[in-house]
Design a protein around this ligand. Structure first.
Ligand SMILES: Cc1cc2nc3c(=O)[nH]c(=O)nc-3n(C[C@H](O)[C@H](O)[C@H](O)COP(=O)(O)OP(=O)(O)OC[C@H]3O[C@@H](n4cnc5c(N)ncnc54)[C@H](O)[C@@H]3O)c2cc1C
Length: 427
């Protein structure tokens, strides 16, 4: 048992539950919100879903340091158009654009026609542009730009609106129906709307989870009002607990797992830089591998990747990253150079640190690609573990919510749902 886990268990001894819920989701980031929405939308009348978030408001918490919602390349903020540009400043980068367009289902493009006229036969409209075509549309682009991919309807997500919409989906009974979206809610693809009850509990943290003594479900201790000393503790019994606590996801459940299934969290920090002068850059507010912040008249470059501490640091104090909220200046020079290669009008000396965010990687730096882990072990029935939701966790959140809702229906509530057989999960 880690020192941190020992301390927590001493500080919060076991308590018998005083209430019961069906589903308890830990973490009100975008993933927890999407999971809770999926559970609420499909649980059926009489089933309750609680989402417990230690902050006062659910948000895209992985990104910090300013109060505006998270934005980055490929993602719109506020009123900016939902359009994405990727540019290549070197011929070697063209295969990367090829790959991106392949993902948008346009195999024709892969024949490679650098001077092609705009061609679009994609499911997602993705236009390959030569350097000349790109500069015709965005004259501030560098002459070094030799190709560009313009995606006019993308998975660009306005994170603030998404979070708000999910909150309403969870808590407001008529929200989906009133907005005519009762077929599009999380978890409703191919299913009819069968709503349960949803409650978001902000300003409350989960401090301990134990298996229920009768083996049916989990006893979860919740603490509120802890900021100025010991808080108020309640214990509830939940048939299903979903760990969507992001950077804290491993610390929350590692003690319940056999050693070989325990997770390490390797945090990587991402910082954005902002250019602080009124833009001489594309007035059309398009996004060119950077983010345009329309309200400030600034543009933002990034994020970079910087390893923060070690897995041991995370295990000793899962919140150690909170001492590093200020955006880092580590890669200021190289980001300035990269920005200038796209947009010669950028003055690197005007770039300043702006946002920072923290990714909960489950593989050490340099280990290459790792996928998200969504796990429900037959040995821990009703405990759904979600680890490693780094990028593209925001884009994937709705699919993750749908997946977990289906998993819970099939593997926990089984009898109602023949899907459990298809999942291959054995009781
Ligand atoms: C620099 C950077 C760039 C990114 N770029 C992209 C991108 O381009 N596209 C994309 O799709 N994704 C991107 N992501 C990833 C995306 O932001 C995350 O995957 C997503 O926000 C993760 O959401 P989450 O809900 O899993 O975690 P979080 O947002 O971290 O939410 C977890 C929540 O759990 C709460 N919590 C923790 N412990 C407890 C507890 N004990 N009790 C109660 N609550 C608790 C926390 O307060 C927090 O609100 C990026 C991330 C970063 C950092």
């Amino acid at each position: 048992m880690s020192n941190f886990a020992r301390l927590i268990r001493q500080r919060y001894p076991y308590r018998a539950p005083s209430a019961s819920v069906d589903h308890l989701v830990v973490g009100g980031g975008v993933v927890g919100l999407a999971v809770a929405a999926g559970l609420v939308n499909t649980a059926g009348a009489g089933r309750t879903t609680f989402l417990v978030e230690r902050r006062q408001l659910p948000q895209v918490a992985a990104l910090y340091s300013r109060s505006r919602p998270a934005v980055r390349e490929g993602r719109g903020s506020g009123d900016s158009p939902q359009e994405d540009w990727q540019v290549a400043t070197d011929k070697h980068q063209i295969p990367y654009l090829d790959g991106l367009q392949a993902h948008s289902n346009n195999s024709a493009f892969l024949n490679g026609q650098p001077e092609s006229a705009m061609v679009n036969n994609s499911v997602i409209p993705a236009y390959f542009l030569s350097g000349h075509e790109a500069r015709d549309m965005e004259p501030d682009l560098s002459p070094k730009v030799c190709a560009a991919l313009l995606v006019t309807e993308t998975g660009i997500v306005n994170s603030g609106s998404l979070v708000e919409s999910l909150e309403r989906e969870i808590q407001e009974e008529d929200y989906l129906k009133a907005s005519g979206a009762d077929k599009n809610g999380v978890g409703l693809a191919g299913r009819s709307f069968d709503r349960g009850e949803g409650v978001i509990v902000p300003g409350t943290r989960v401090v301990r989870i134990d298996p229920a003594e009768d083996g049916k479900g989990w006893v979860v201790q919740l603490e509120s009002n802890w900021e100025d000393g010991p808080g108020d503790i309640d214990a509830v019994r939940a048939s299903v607990v979903v760990d969507a606590a992001g950077l804290n996801s491993a610390a929350l459940v590692n003690e319940l797992l056999p050693e070989e299934e325990q997770m390490n969290i390797y945090i990587s920090k991402g910082s954005w830089r902002r250019e602080c002068q009124q833009a001489h850059l594309p007035v059309s507010q398009r996004q060119l591998g950077f983010t345009w912040d329309a309200s400030y008249g600034n543009i933002r470059f990034g994020p970079d990747v910087e390893a923060l501490g070690s897995a041991e640091d995370s295990a000793a104090d899962p919140d150690f990253w909170q001492k590093h909220l200020a955006p880092s200046a580590a890669h200021l020079e190289s980001i300035g150079q990269a920005a200038q290669a796209m947009l010669p009008g950028v003055d690197p000396s005007l770039l300043q640190p702006d946002y920072a965010g923290f990714r909960p990687n489950i593989a050490p730096p340099g280990a290459g690609f790792f996928d998200f882990v969504v796990r429900h072990s037959p040995q821990r029935r009703g405990l759904i573990e979600m680890f490693g939701f780094a990028s593209p966790g925001l884009t994937s959140s709705l699919a993750a919510g749908e997946y977990v809702a289906k998993m819970v229906r099939a593997q926990v509530w089984g009898g109602r749902d023949a899907e459990r057989l298809a999942e291959g999960w054995e009781q």
